[in-house]
Design a protein around this ligand. Structure first.
Ligand code: GDP
Ligand code: MN
Length: 348
């Protein structure tokens, strides 16, 4: 075997000069990832896929946030993979700790009980800080203040289809503020009193509730009880100015005061979803059918064969979760009088 000599090897082109950058202006947008240093190889896989399927054409920035300092390996690996600028932020301690009004003994007893009941992450303090941070603080981090739009990416996700258009511009052009690809039912044990807290918020702040809201997505009895439907927030493309609005901040502060991030295990997915469902109008929400996505253990894969071949998808349509009884996406389509995509009926 002939070993390649120095002359045989082509020098790799510099970043962003690969001749595949999409023309036109960019939105004021960034990817955002909350991660630990130990997540480096799992986030590397996610970034590689996001770049190959989308961002090599758009070169958007990527903000990384952590409750600790990022180490050299994390910074080196992620910077080399992202085609846009990378930024690394440390989370201020008061955004990642028990607020003064929380009884930490009571919170500890809850963790013990949840551990016995084997509720997922039930005994974890850091998971609770993470959920509270994603619910109420990431959009206010100084590095995020420069941006209007975000796309949240977690470690170990997959993207299965090409995304050939600017998803941020799509959101702006169509008046969208929040979007999802997968929806499901939350574990009741993690949020027993969340809806009670939401109901007192609605009474206290009727001015924040949208006229044409999606209550029918969240409740089967016109708001009396929560049906546990939520958008899966490990994927989100959304508007940061909405999260920074008085309405959302009042909502988060109200929930935070009630203590359920620590006395229960409220997740950022139901917290964001309920906010989007009640404080945005229906037409401000978007389901990205063409973003094929996996986060353990669920897959969104377009049912239409034409979509899959046009977008060079590599997901198995049999793995699609949307039209399964445990998904809330059918309900979303019904609430919005939307026609289900081609091929959905073969999957029920
Ligand atoms: P799951 O998807 O609900 O199973 O939770 P993950 O373990 O994926 O955590 C959600 C997100 O928060 C991921 O982006 C993690 O990298 C991040 N994350 C979770 N716990 C911590 C933590 O203690 N510190 C930091 N910096 N990030 C965390
Ligand atoms: Mn995850």
């Amino acid at each position: 075997v002939k070993k390649p000599s120095v002359d045989d090897t082509t020098p790799s082109p510099p970043k962003n000069q690969l001749g595949m950058t999409a023309p036109g202006p960019r939105m004021n947008a960034t990817f955002v990832t909350l991660a630990r240093n130990s997540d480096v190889w799992d986030i590397a896989r996610s970034i590689r896929q996001v770049e190959d399927r989308f961002n090599r054409k758009f070169n958007y920035d990527w903000v990384f946030l952590n409750d600790n300092d990022f180490d050299e390996t994390f910074i080196k690996v992620t910077t080399s993979l992202v085609s846009g600028k990378t930024k690394y932020g440390k989370i201020p301690t008061d955004h990642w700790s028990f607020p003064s009004w929380i009884d930490t003994d009571k919170a500890a007893r809850v963790r013990e009980e949840m551990k016995e009941k084997q509720i997922i992450y039930g005994d974890s303090i850091s998971y609770r800080h993470m959920c509270r941070y994603e619910s109420g603080f990431f959009f206010r981090h100084p590095l995020m203040l420069d941006y209007e739009w975000y796309w949240r990416v977690e470690p170990s996700i997959e993207l299965f289809c090409d995304i050939d258009y600017d998803t941020f511009k799509f959101m702006a052009d169509h008046g969208k503020k929040y979007s999802f690809v997968l929806s499901l039912y939350e574990y009741v044990e993690t949020i027993p009193t969340l809806w009670d807290s939401v109901k007192t918020f609605m009474t206290k702040h009727p001015e924040h509730i949208a006229q044409d809201n999606s209550m029918a997505f969240l409740s089967d009895d016109d708001g009396k009880t929560y049906n546990h439907c939520h958008f899966w927030s490990n994927f989100e493309i959304g508007n940061l100015n909405w999260l920074r609005s008085q309405a959302y901040i009042d909502y988060f502060n109200h929930l935070d005061q009630d203590g359920g991030f620590f006395y229960e295990r409220w997740g950022d997915a139901p917290v964001h979803s309920i906010a989007a469902g009640l404080m945005l109008n229906k037409d401000e929400l978007h389901f990205f059918n063409d973003i094929a996505y996996y986060h353990v253990p669920f897959t969104h894969c377009p049912t239409s064969e034409k979509t899959r071949t046009d977008l060079k998808c590599h997901c198995n349509p049999k793995d699609n979760f949307d039209w399964n009884g445990y998904s809330c996406t059918s309900r979303f389509f019904e609430v919005n009088n939307m026609q289900k995509p081609e091929g959905y009926d073969k999957q029920q």
